[in-house]
Ligand binder design. Structure first.
Ligand code: ATP
Length: 323
């Protein structure tokens, strides 16, 4: 007999398109397998406050196509303290929660690991647009965010071409340049500046622009990841050095929203079902992940100790294709 009868689900950290697909899959596969399903509103904050309600099959109707998260999300400082953690565990007992599914990023998984050390059964589902969770090749929201960025790049290119300008576009990615490198390649950027790599503004930005101009280019695109920042200053520097009119655009939160792409809906559905499967098969304190195109689950401590590095082949490719 599986001792897990009641499972709660929450979304935590930054919202990401595809989180709703994951919530829906967790709830529906849970109910399909005879579990009682609870939804916790506003992440760990809701767990602390007992902002918890039972979910039925209809609670998750009409949400797969919606961005954001119907459960809402929050960043909770109280949860991050010893007293907060103990309060969370005691609230979980009040509601009879046998296992908790956490959909979020690295920080949310560290919180889940702390809960597991106090005896709670937890499963993590990677949900963050940055794709910066080491144990998985894919995180929910990444594909939708990249398509949003690419749409913006295409629009900016139209005006850049018409005015023979340079555009500097800042995209999300505090510690990871996955959005920047892929959108830079897909959008035909002359230079892509990533948080993972030191850069020299003259060598890595001015040089490709000037060389491109000498070969006949008339407009230019520079992608800067949020973690590097300084898009406005970089644009001013380019204009001063090259006399090419240069404009900076910071895309910001537009990258978080929007209708999830098919990839995010299917991945959310698969991750959600996999989380329930883990619990039914007695595997606890795991992170659900996709590696080499296979759904897997990894021990939460091992998952949090992994490191992910940016793909150097993509960096080389981006430089060749910018010629
Ligand atoms: P994103 O990548 O979108 O920012 P995230 O899950 O990393 O998502 P955080 O704000 O880092 O977002 O974490 C969400 C919540 O998880 C925090 O508000 C906090 O309550 C909890 N948390 C974060 N870091 C830790 C930690 N080191 N230990 C325990 N709990 C944590």
């Amino acid at each position: 007999m599986n001792p897990i009868k009641t499972v709660a689900v929450l979304t935590s950290g930054g919202d990401a398109p595809g989180m709703n697909a994951a919530v829906r899959a967790v709830v529906r596969t849970g109910i399909y397998n005879g579990l009682k399903m609870l939804g916790i509103n506003k992440g760990y904050e809701g767990l602390l406050n007992g902002d918890i309600e039972e979910m039925n099959l209809r609670s998750v109707g009409d949400i797969i196509q919606r961005g954001g998260t119907i459960l809402q999300t929050a960043r909770s400082n109280e949860f991050n303290t010893k007293a907060g953690l103990e309060k969370a565990v005691s609230m979980a007992k009040v509601f009879g929660i046998d296992a908790l599914v956490v959909i979020g990023g690295d920080g949310s998984f560290r919180g889940a690991k702390d809960l597991s050390e106090l005896g709670m059964n937890v499963i993590g589902i990677p949900g963050t647009i940055d794709n910066d969770i080491s144990c998985t090749d894919y995180t929910l929201g990444y594909d939708t965010a990249m398509n949003t960025v690419l749409d913006a790049i295409d629009k900016i290119r139209d005006t850049s071409y018409s005015h023979e300008r340079c555009s500097v576009l800042e995209v999300m990615g505090r510690k990871a340049g996955w959005i920047a490198i892929n959108c830079g390649i897909a959008g035909g950027a002359e230079a892509i500046i990533l948080p993972e790599k030191e850069f020299d503004i003259d060598k890595d930005i001015i040089m490709p622009i000037v060389e491109g101009r000498n070969r006949g280019k008339k407009h230019y695109l520079v992608i800067v990841a949020e973690g590097v920042g300084g898009a406005v200053e970089i644009a001013e520097y380019i204009e001063a050095k090259t006399e090419i009119t240069t404009r900076a655009t910071i895309l910001g939160y537009i990258q978080r929203g929007g209708t999830p792409t098919i990839t995010d809906r299917v991945m959310g559905s698969r991750f959600g079902a996999c989380a329930i499967k883990c619990l039914l098969e007695g595997r606890k304190n795991r992170i659900v992940a996709i590696r080499d195109n296979k759904l897997v689950d990894i021990d939460i401590i091992e998952a949090l100790s992994m490191k992910k590095t940016i793909d150097n082949e993509l960096i080389t490719l981006s430089k060749i294709l910018a010629l």
